[in-house]
Design a protein around this ligand. Structure first.
Ligand code: AMP
Length: 415
């Protein structure tokens, strides 16, 4: 038997229902905020991720799926959504009108070669949004609030952990101080952090293994290094978040794993401490990838973790296919009538199922019952000749006889 690759999963049955429910809900939600859907390729040139996510990040050094295609080009399965969207923005010159904020959202599979465990897959799905062309802290607060309220609409309460990393100059000064502080004590930190000291020192701050280490706890604080402008910007974002009733708290350990972030970053953390998603401002990425100087802010949320969070609370029965009408048939004439009549009902938005497996009457009743059909249409040849149809209301057990011409309107009025 051929089995699925490690770290992947099949989206099946009620999980598939839950997933499509979430996607529909995201679409409706983003529409209210005037965000447009965007889809970019699942693979991109490898260089795109090296230049955006960062050469020394965990994602690029250890986790990408790289492959040479038959034309000997190096491609990478996307490990995240932002790089491809920025590439597309530049390539399609989507940034036309500087006065207009370009607001985009996406859902799609991402690929990271990580050690599979609960909440960590090699193929996973992210929903994300990106807003380009505005550097106003107001848009940061709006973007943060979108993730917060979207999760709330799905029944998930989160706390938003926010931090300011300041501008590039600040990060440089702070990183230097951090390295100077940690270097003499480095052998007391985990092997990963020993590496990070050389490659990506800021990530030492959010190391899970060393989270309680006193060395990290006493490390210099980035807030002491922020410029006046960054402090003001962060203050404004916090004020706007207060205005929007977003539950947030400042956490100086939030640095995020990607190189392109500037200024403010944040994470959505659920009541169990699981990080469902995160984001930040990235004012230099568009320019670094060859586009104009366009500020941007965005986040990504992992849908597997969202699904895990709500699965225990949601009534999966509600997500099952419950049909409006089940049409019973036995003879060939009844089956042909059922086939055509079901199409008529379906085109009128009435969810209909028919006997499509030559079942006995008894089995058809069972299927109608398991599909929780609201009405059962019981065809018989005598009735069909007279142009009438019998409909059973499964809740009241009442059977009504209707003219076949009035049945669509009757069902629409009663389902
Ligand atoms: P990141 O792009 O690493 O900031 O991740 C944003 C969100 O995507 C995380 O909070 C997770 O919900 C989700 N995510 C990231 N990596 C994985 C993974 N390997 N498996 C499942 N979900 C993931």
């Amino acid at each position: 038997m051929i089995t699925k690759p490690k770290g992947t999963y099949d989206l099946l049955t009620t999980d598939a229902k839950l997933y499509t429910y979430i996607c529909h809900m995201i679409e409706d939600f983003m529409n209210n905020y005037n965000y447009e859907y965007i889809r970019t390729p699942i693979f991109e040139a490898t260089e795109l991720f090296h230049r955006s996510v960062g050469e020394n990040t965990d994602i690029v050094t250890k986790e990408t799926y790289d492959f040479l295609d038959r034309g000997n080009r190096s491609n990478t399965l996307r490990p995240e959504g932002t790089a491809g969207i920025v590439r597309s923005l530049i390539e399609n010159k989507l940034y036309g009108n500087k006065n207009e904020c370009i607001k985009l959202f996406y859902t799609g599979t991402m690929y990271r070669y990580e050690r599979p465990q609960s909440g960590r897959n090699r193929e996973f799905t992210q929903f994300g949004i990106e807003a380009f062309n505005s550097n106003d802290p107001l848009i940061d607060a709006e973007v943060i609030s979108i993730g917060y309220y979207l999760l709330e609409s799905l029944g998930i309460e989160v706390n938003v952990a926010i931090n300011s990393l300041g501008d590039a100059e600040t990060r440089k000064r702070y990183t230097k101080a951090l390295v100077e502080y940690i270097k003499p004590q480095i052998e007391n930190l985990c092997p990963d952090c020993q590496n990070r000291l050389k490659t990506n020192p800021l990530r030492i701050l959010d190391c899970k293994a060393d989270a309680d280490n006193i060395i990290i706890k006493n490390a210099p604080k980035i807030s002491d290094y922020l410029s006046e402008a960054s402090i003001n910007r962060f203050r404004k974002i916090k004020a706007y978040l207060g205005l929007l009733d977003v539950d947030y708290e400042v956490n100086e350990k939030i640095v995020r794993g990607l190189d392109y972030y500037d200024e403010n970053v944040w994470e959505y953390v659920d009541e169990n401490g699981v990080v469902l998603g995160g984001g930040g401002r990235y004012n230099h990425l568009v320019e670094n990838l060859g586009g104009p100087n366009i500020p941007a802010v965005g986040f990504a949320i992992g849908l597997e973790r969202v699904m895990n969070n709500i699965k225990q609370d949601i009534d999966v029965e509600l997500l099952k296919n419950n049909v409006d009408v089940y049409i019973m048939s036995i003879s060939e004439e009844e089956k042909m009538y059922a086939l055509r009549f079901a199409q008529n009902l379906r085109l009128n938005n009435i969810m209909t199922e028919i006997n499509s497996a030559a079942l006995s009457l008894k089995s058809q009743f069972k299927v109608a019952d398991s599909l929780k059909a609201k009405f059962i249409i019981m065809l018989n040849e005598n009735d069909l000749q007279k142009g009438i149809i019998k409909v059973k209301d499964t809740a009241t057990k009442e059977i009504v006889t209707l003219d076949e011409k009035e049945i669509v309107d009757w069902l629409l009025g009663n389902i």
